[in-house]
Design a protein around this ligand. Structure first.
Ligand code: ADP
Ligand code: MG
Ligand code: ZN
Length: 611
């Protein structure tokens, strides 16, 4: 805000100065009497005029009485003709001395151009101030031609490896880079080639950016941070020149690290068509390659880059001598999650009741960023209720908030709707409790959250890296549990199950086309996925099979869904009493935690079934 006032102040000052200058230039202070042309002609006729000086269209008149006057003549017409036309006789005119003066250049320009230029000058002045402000603002963000980089000085806000939890292997790899930046001589003396490029790969939020900064912090060198999308986005046509600037600046402050975040924005495979043939991007990419090839062997500069889509990177980037060091960042396991929780709990007073380990248990699949977010949400929750410390329940609530979105207790639901939701969730929960390969239920609730009407939170017992066909079959049957329960109890279907069905269909299709788990189609994958399965994201699959196979796939998918549906129907029908009990309790209490749920189901002594 203060900046805005500054700009207004300077703008106003500029305005006042210009107006003052203008009036200074355009006239002398004691204003002479102004005459119209016919008045002037009358005065000439009466013989009162001694001298007329003409400069441009301005007439300066000296009267015989010694007084001065001024007049203007018509543009482009002769003065004598004009006066005669106004009734002064040629004889009377001849008695007047007429002097034609060269128009003063300065005055002419000032008088003619200044009024036209005035607005431009003011606007220009304001712009100048705004830009000067922006340039001197944080991080030098407004440099045309030069790059938009954030430079982190070595010891300011220093982040080190201790700020990064887990990621042991990645840190181990990067220690070598730190060592090189600190004592390059050791490596050069023995003739070792120093790596130039390090590519950090890992899912979103796994700590790539954080780790890159930590390397700079450990080595105590400047860290030039730019994101790939900034190269592409900001000004068309200067991507390549910005790369050059970046490398030049960085080389000057070597030893240093250049960090290109989200490099997939520029480093996408050239000519891959995705997003159109983007010349700008290709030139930027080429310039990066050229710069990296151009280092001297002893240039003490390391280029780090990060991406969560290594599968779409241009192979030229991965060639030896470029980003040939590749470091994988795994999703955090349970111990890492506990560490990350500890790191982010710093500065947030925790209740004595808090056991971070239990939070770690409940958050499989969370990335580091999710966990940081979770702890922050918990702190916000505590603060909103004016508590001084964060409790275990705050943390648990935040887990669900991060997964499912905020609770919407106030959403008005009719009694009937509430009953349907209760039976729907009870169906999921009962299936999960009945099948021995299903993940255990952590919580069932009929409080709506985000877009879901209610939810059943199931979590794997431990961190898993492999999943088995039997588990997938159980998952399918659990997903259909809600649908089946609604159908059995109300003899009617609602739209509430649509997202379950979509998810189930997707899973069944993956079982057939990607995991090769269908007996009919055999151990093959179908559809080229551009490595899209990498890090769990799918873009689009290209079809690489015949119509015939396509219809076989569809049939298999249908068979899997049908099987799961029949299974769910059989189990829920035969365990209707349990279903009713769960649903009733849900209607009463709205939410059942794991222990409570297990107690209810435990009373029935259910035999674990195979899916
Ligand atoms: P990425 O660049 O991989 O998408 P970031 O490095 O930006 O992820 O991580 C986002 C945030 O998540 C970090 O600022 C940090 O607070 C938290 N975080 C992620 N991984 C870790 C970790 N291993 N240890 C501590 N904090 C982490
Ligand atoms: Mg990042
Ligand atoms: Zn459901």
């Amino acid at each position: 805000m203060t900046n805005l006032y500054k700009h207004i102040f300077w703008g106003a000052t500029a305005l006042i100065l210009t107006v003052a200058l203008f009036s200074l230039l355009s006239g002398s202070s004691p204003e002479p009497e102004k005459l119209t042309l016919d008045q002037l002609a009358a005065k000439v006729a009466a013989g009162e005029v001694a001298k007329i000086s003409v400069s441009g269209n301005n007439l300066d008149i000296e009267l015989k009485s010694g007084a001065k006057a001024a007049a203007k003549k018509e543009f482009d017409s002769s003065l004598s003709e004009t006066l005669v036309n106004y009734g002064a006789s040629p004889e009377a005119l001849r008695a007047v001395a007429i002097e034609i003066k060269e128009e003063s250049g300065f005055r002419f320009w000032a008088a003619v151009l200044l009024p036209a230029l005035l607005p431009l000058i003011i606007i220009g002045a304001i712009f100048w101030f705004v830009f000067r402000q922006a340039r001197s603002g944080a991080n030098q963000a407004f440099t045309f031609g030069k790059i938009n980089i954030r430079l982190f000085a070595p010891f300011k806000d220093r982040i080190t490896f201790t700020d990064v939890a887990g990621l042991k292997e990645a840190k181990q790899e990067l220690l070598e880079i730190v060592d090189f930046l600190k004592n390059p001589k050791k490596f050069l003396d023995i003739g070792a080639k120093i790596p130039r490029g390090v590519l950090l790969m890992g899912g979103p939020g796994t700590g790539k950016t954080l780790l890159a900064r930590a390397v700079a912090g450990e080595a105590g060198v400047p860290f030039f941070h730019i994101s790939g999308s900034e190269f592409v986005e900001m000004f068309v046509g200067v991507g390549a020149s910005r790369v050059r600037d970046l490398f030049q600046t960085a080389k000057k402050s070597a030893p240093a690290i250049i960090f290109i975040d989200e490099i997939d924005a520029v480093g996408r495979e050239r000519g891959a068509g995705l997003g159109g043939g983007h010349d700008e991007r290709e030139q930027t990419l080429n310039q990066i390659l050229v710069e990296m090839d151009g280092f001297e062997r002893d240039t003490n500069l390391i280029v780090m880059a990060a991406t969560n889509r290594p599968d779409i990177l241009d192979p030229a980037l991965l060639r030896p001598g470029r980003f040939d060091r590749r470091v994988f960042l795994d999703a955090p396991d349970i111990n890492d999650r506990e560490q990350i929780l500890k790191i982010h709990a710093k500065g947030k007073p925790l209740d004595k009741s808090v056991e971070l380990r239990k939070v770690a248990v409940r958050t499989p699949g969370f990335s580091g960023a999710d966990i940081a977010n979770l702890i922050n949400e918990a702190a916000i929750l505590a603060a909103r209720q004016n508590r001084r410390s964060v409790s275990q329940d705050d943390l648990y609530d935040s887990i669900e908030k991060v997964i499912l979105g905020p609770e919407r207790k106030s959403r008005a639901i009719s009694v009937k709707e509430k009953e349907i939701i209760a039976y729907h969730e009870a169906g999921h929960a009962l299936m999960a409790a009945s099948l021995k390969d299903a993940d255990p239920v952590h919580k069932v609730s009929i409080i709506s959250r985000g877009r879901a009407g209610g939810y059943t939170l199931k979590l794997p017992v431990e961190d898993v890296h492999l999943r088995f066909k039997s588990q997938f079959l159980a998952d399918l049957a659990v997903m259909l549990g809600g649908f089946v329960s609604e159908e059995l109890v109300f003899n009617e279907l609602s739209t509430g199950a649509s997202s379950d069905l979509r998810e189930a269909t997707g899973l069944a299709r993956r079982i057939v086309t990607q995991y090769g788990m269908s007996d009919k189609l055999g151990p093959m994958t179908f559809g080229r996925h551009d490595g899209a399965l990498f890090l769990g994201r799918e873009i689009h699959a290209e079809r690489d099979y015949s119509e015939e196979i396509a219809s076989k796939i569809d049939n298999e998918v249908k068979d899997f869904i049908d099987g799961a549906y029949k299974k769910a129907k059989k189990i829920i029908a035969s365990r209707r009493k349990v279903l009713d009990t769960i649903a009733k309790t849900l209607l009463e209490k709205e939410t059942l935690e794991q222990e409570e749920f297990n107690r209810i189901v435990g009373r029935f002594n259910l035999k674990p079934l195979a899916a």
